[in-house]
Design a protein around this ligand. Structure first.
Ligand code: SF4
Length: 79
Protein backbone atom coordinates (compact mmCIF):
# COMPACT_ATOMS: atom_id res chain seq x y z
CA UNK A 1 0.00 0.00 0.00
CA UNK A 2 1.47 3.41 -0.91
CA UNK A 3 2.05 6.03 1.77
CA UNK A 4 -0.68 8.46 2.76
CA UNK A 5 1.73 11.14 3.98
CA UNK A 6 4.98 10.39 2.17
CA UNK A 7 6.06 9.28 -1.27
CA UNK A 8 9.65 8.57 -2.31
CA UNK A 9 10.70 8.98 -5.92
CA UNK A 10 13.87 7.42 -7.30
CA UNK A 11 15.21 8.49 -10.70
CA UNK A 12 15.66 5.82 -13.37
CA UNK A 13 19.45 6.17 -13.25
CA UNK A 14 19.55 5.89 -9.46
CA UNK A 15 17.18 2.91 -9.47
CA UNK A 16 19.62 0.86 -11.57
CA UNK A 17 22.63 1.63 -9.35
CA UNK A 18 23.29 -1.44 -7.20
CA UNK A 19 25.91 0.29 -5.05
CA UNK A 20 23.41 3.05 -4.27
CA UNK A 21 20.72 0.47 -3.56
CA UNK A 22 22.84 -1.03 -0.79
CA UNK A 23 23.76 2.41 0.54
CA UNK A 24 20.11 3.47 0.74
CA UNK A 25 19.14 0.22 2.42
CA UNK A 26 21.82 0.93 5.01
CA UNK A 27 21.15 4.63 5.72
CA UNK A 28 17.35 4.74 5.99
CA UNK A 29 16.49 4.21 9.67
CA UNK A 30 12.97 2.97 8.90
CA UNK A 31 13.72 0.55 6.04
CA UNK A 32 12.07 2.38 3.17
CA UNK A 33 14.66 1.09 0.70
CA UNK A 34 15.56 -2.45 -0.24
CA UNK A 35 18.35 -3.53 -2.56
CA UNK A 36 16.40 -5.97 -4.69
CA UNK A 37 18.39 -7.78 -7.35
CA UNK A 38 20.84 -4.90 -7.63
CA UNK A 39 18.18 -2.22 -8.04
CA UNK A 40 16.59 0.21 -5.61
CA UNK A 41 13.19 -0.93 -4.43
CA UNK A 42 10.93 1.37 -2.40
CA UNK A 43 9.17 -0.52 0.39
CA UNK A 44 5.74 1.03 0.13
CA UNK A 45 4.33 -0.25 3.41
CA UNK A 46 7.06 1.63 5.30
CA UNK A 47 6.69 5.00 3.53
CA UNK A 48 4.69 6.69 6.26
CA UNK A 49 7.37 5.80 8.83
CA UNK A 50 9.70 8.35 7.18
CA UNK A 51 11.23 10.74 9.73
CA UNK A 52 12.43 13.24 7.09
CA UNK A 53 16.07 12.74 8.09
CA UNK A 54 17.30 13.41 4.51
CA UNK A 55 19.92 10.66 4.73
CA UNK A 56 18.66 9.12 1.49
CA UNK A 57 18.66 12.44 -0.37
CA UNK A 58 22.26 13.06 0.69
CA UNK A 59 23.40 9.50 -0.06
CA UNK A 60 22.11 9.68 -3.63
CA UNK A 61 23.50 11.83 -6.43
CA UNK A 62 21.67 15.11 -7.11
CA UNK A 63 18.23 14.37 -8.52
CA UNK A 64 18.47 10.71 -7.47
CA UNK A 65 15.98 10.62 -4.60
CA UNK A 66 13.08 12.93 -3.73
CA UNK A 67 11.06 12.58 -0.54
CA UNK A 68 7.64 14.06 -1.22
CA UNK A 69 5.43 15.35 1.59
CA UNK A 70 2.00 14.49 0.26
CA UNK A 71 0.43 16.30 3.23
CA UNK A 72 2.16 19.55 2.27
CA UNK A 73 1.03 19.93 -1.34
CA UNK A 74 3.93 17.82 -2.58
CA UNK A 75 6.75 19.85 -1.01
CA UNK A 76 9.87 17.72 -1.35
CA UNK A 77 13.21 17.05 0.28
CA UNK A 78 15.61 16.94 -2.65
CA UNK A 79 18.90 18.18 -3.97
S1 SF4 B 1 14.25 10.90 4.73
FE1 SF4 B 1 15.21 9.44 6.16
S2 SF4 B 1 13.53 8.19 6.90
FE2 SF4 B 1 12.78 9.25 5.08
S3 SF4 B 1 13.14 7.81 3.38
FE3 SF4 B 1 14.94 9.14 3.51
S4 SF4 B 1 16.38 8.04 4.82
FE4 SF4 B 1 14.37 7.12 5.13
Amino acid sequence: MPGIFIDVEVSDAAREDSELAHKLEEVCPVDIFAAAGGTVEVVEENLDECILCEMCVRAAPPGGVRVVKLYEDGAALER
